[in-house]
Design a protein around this ligand. Structure first.
Ligand code: ADP
Ligand code: MG
Length: 230
């Protein structure tokens, strides 16, 4: 399904926050790398998908009423066997019910478990004055505590994207520092360019969050994507 269809379907259903599988499908259309995923409706299906994707996997709640999935006990990582997937499936549903008894449950997303690495964040917000504005930073304390982020108004050029990456204070970490191996800066730059194109093509996107993106020596992988419509 393409981006326009996903957005119009959400609109028809009165939803402003896209589901993770919808947001990641949109990312894929813009060549933004994401973890492989499949939406399961039963525990049996989740096990089948886990076997297709390959262990270990991650299971996550998919509900239009649960935006911060881990707050609801809706994310379980590093599931290594069919038995662990079955038990996590049940636990996530239970946790979601306890968190919000009236939450509509679409299913459970089974996804590839991305190997740990340096985490970065790419975001976009529609500023009332400047329009679509892109944000870049490193994950965790860098964004939340130190506010070490760069911004540029979209659309951006490759040089702009490179500047967004090199101008954060934590940039030396991305280049490789002591125990941290160098990361694929080009992969980040490409994600910034794709995100710029996505939000320019779709001005109805009010907010976008790729948080976190794991960056490797070669390539990167978005493990969570959130898109909010106007
Ligand atoms: P939330 O809605 O709470 O932000 P996330 O999808 O971001 O949920 O999951 C919470 C955390 O779990 C992530 O920040 C990441 O550390 C980890 N995680 C989620 N999905 C994956 C994955 N596919 N591979 C590896 N780690 C993951
Ligand atoms: Mg997240």
């Amino acid at each position: 399904m393409n981006t326009t269809l996903i957005i119009s379907q959400a609109r028809r259903e009165g939803r402003k926050v896209l589901l993770e599988n919808e947001a990641k499908t949109i990312c894929m259309e813009y060549a933004i790398p994401v973890t492989t995923f499949k939406l399961a409706k039963t525990a049996e299906e989740a096990i089948n998908f886990a076997e297709q994707i390959g262990f270990p996997v991650v299971l996550k709640i998919v509900s239009p009423d649960i935006i911060h999935k881990s707050d609801a006990g809706g994310v379980m990582v590093n599931l290594k066997t069919a038995a662990e997937v079955r038990s996590a499936y049940g636990k996530i549903l239970e946790n979601a019910k306890r968190y919000n008894s009236t939450a509509r449950i679409v299913g459970i997303l089974v996804q590839e478990m991305a190997a740990p690495s340096t985490e970065v964040i790419v975001g976009a917000v529609k500023d009332p004055q400047f329009g679509q504005t892109l944000m870049f930073g490193l994950g965790g304390i860098f964004v939340e505590l130190l506010k070490d982020v760069t911004f540029k108004v979209a659309p951006i050029t490759r040089e702009d994207a490179q500047e967004m990456v090199t101008k954060v204070k934590a940039y030396p970490l991305l280049k490789g520092y002591r125990n941290t191996p160098p990361t694929d800066i080009d992969a980040i730059v490409n994600i910034l360019l794709s995100t710029s194109k996505l939000v320019m093509d779709h001005p109805e996107i009010k907010e976008l969050d790729l948080n976190p993106i794991l960056v490797y020596e070669k390539g990167a992988k978005t493990v969570d994507a959130r898109i909010i419509l106007e």
